[in-house]
Design a protein around this ligand. Structure first.
Ligand code: PLP
Length: 384
């Protein structure tokens, strides 16, 4: 229990506040309970569990005939960095499509790794530009790879992945995807969308415990990455080959995180995979957006660009509205929200992913209403 000051606060089955954030996220009690075991890294049961997880991840993208999955310790950024370091060779050139902080971070990774790159940027509330992408690939034949962020968590915007993939494939370049905040909730089918690598993590939409990421790579592309990685611990090729040989991680595996992940994937499949999971998040998102709009809050994005992951709201203009007090008051009622990260507008964010359903969203809206009452605000006013 992280907060015992308010006995009426909403609490998850483990006694914790609900996380309406981009991660770490609220997980089910059964996912947490799966971690109550110690396994050695060479234990046969553990090794089977690991293999089962990797197969199920490939199945999520229907990639059995073409793709393999490689796991890696660390937060999501570790595996994003691993993807860049492994797939973009020293003499390659990466085109980075940027409309938020996670795209910016990829450029920073390239700076560290001294990989050549080109940036194509749109504002945080505008999807990546397909026409411009087409022209850039026409004009610059030295570009070998393109990377795109599936859902830019900075704003919650959905980027047009299918269109990006079509253009990149037509120009015969290699597509890399950061699908960290979308994987498992938004469709990504390797039979329909051509990509060489996609990365995501155990926590976000798959609702496991945080602590590991994974890369689902086209086998024929991964085979060619030997020796590319400037980092030993982030060498996906080496991790893949080692695991092919003895089914083990090269270095201490996050055993508890893997046990939780296996359970999380069982719950994911029981919910109906991407259709069920994505459907629940969509219902959460719709309820949250309409409830907040009723109070006068305004979303940054039009509905057509909004991914059902995290919603950015403009900071209200009411003088009585104090964001720090709003944040603390919601936390005290059992709901953790997230500050904004935008450069285009003053904002805050509320997530609708993790083990949350419409009842939780409805209750969170009631908590917001109580805060407005406390501030003495009848109706929220937002910038035009
Ligand atoms: C969460 C996230 C990441 C990884 O962030 P970590 O804090 O390292 O887990 C990367 N890309 C996107 C789009 C994300 O939402």
């Amino acid at each position: 229990m992280t907060d015992t000051t308010n006995p009426d606060a909403a609490r998850s089955p483990s006694g914790d506040p609900y996380l309406l954030t981009p991660g770490p996220l609220t997980t089910s009690l059964s996912v947490k309970q799966a971690m109550l075991h110690d396994y050695g890294s060479r234990d046969a049961t553990f090794i089977d569990t690991n293999a089962r997880i990797l197969e199920r991840l490939v199945d999520i993208v229907n990639g059995r005939d073409t793709h393999v999955s490689v796991p890696l310790q660390g937060s999501g950024t570790f595996v994003v960095e691993a993807m860049i370091g492994n797939f973009v060779p020293v003499d390659g050139k990466l085109l980075i499509l940027i409309n938020g902080a996670y795209g910016q971070r990829i450029a920073k990774i390239c700076d560290y790794y001294k990989r050549e790159y080109l940036v194509q940027e749109t504002p945080e509330d505008v999807p990546v530009n397909i026409v411009e992408l087409d022209a850039t690939l026409d004009n610059d034949t030295s570009i070998t790879h393109v990377v795109v962020v599936h859902c830019e968590t900075t704003s919650g915007i959905l980027n047009p992945l299918r269109e990006v993939a079509e253009v990149v494939a037509r120009h015969r370049r290699s597509l890399l995807i950061d699908s960290m905040s979308a994987f498992g909730a938004l469709p990504l089918d390797a039979r329909e969308i051509e990509f060489d690598a996609v990365v995501a993590s155990s926590n976000k939409c798959l609702e496991g415990a945080p602590g590991m990421g994974f890369c689902i790579a086209r086998e024929s592309a991964l085979e060619k990455t030997e020796g590319n990685s400037p980092s030993l611990v982030l060498d996906l090729y080496d991790q893949w080959r080692a695991m092919q040989k003895n089914r083990q991680w090269r270095f201490t595996p996050p055993t508890h995180v893997l046990l939780a992940f296996d359970q999380a994937l069982t719950e994911y499949e029981a919910e109906g995979g991407v259709v069920g999971r994505g459907g629940r998040y969509r219902a959460n998102c719709d309820l949250l957006v309409s409830g907040m709009r009723e109070m006068g809050f305004k979303t940054l994005l039009p509905d057509a660009l909004q991914a059902p992951i995290i919603i950015t709201f403009h900071m209200p203009t009411n003088p009585e509205f104090d964001f720090d007090a709003f944040y603390d008051g919601l936390k005290n009622q059992g709901y953790v929200i997230y500050p904004g990260k935008l450069t285009v507008a003053d904002s805050f964010r509320m997530g609708c992913i993790g083990r949350l359903d419409q009842q939780h969203m409805q209750a969170a809206l009631e908590a917001v209403k109580r805060m407005l009452k406390q501030f003495g605000i009848d109706r929220i006013t937002s910038p035009d």
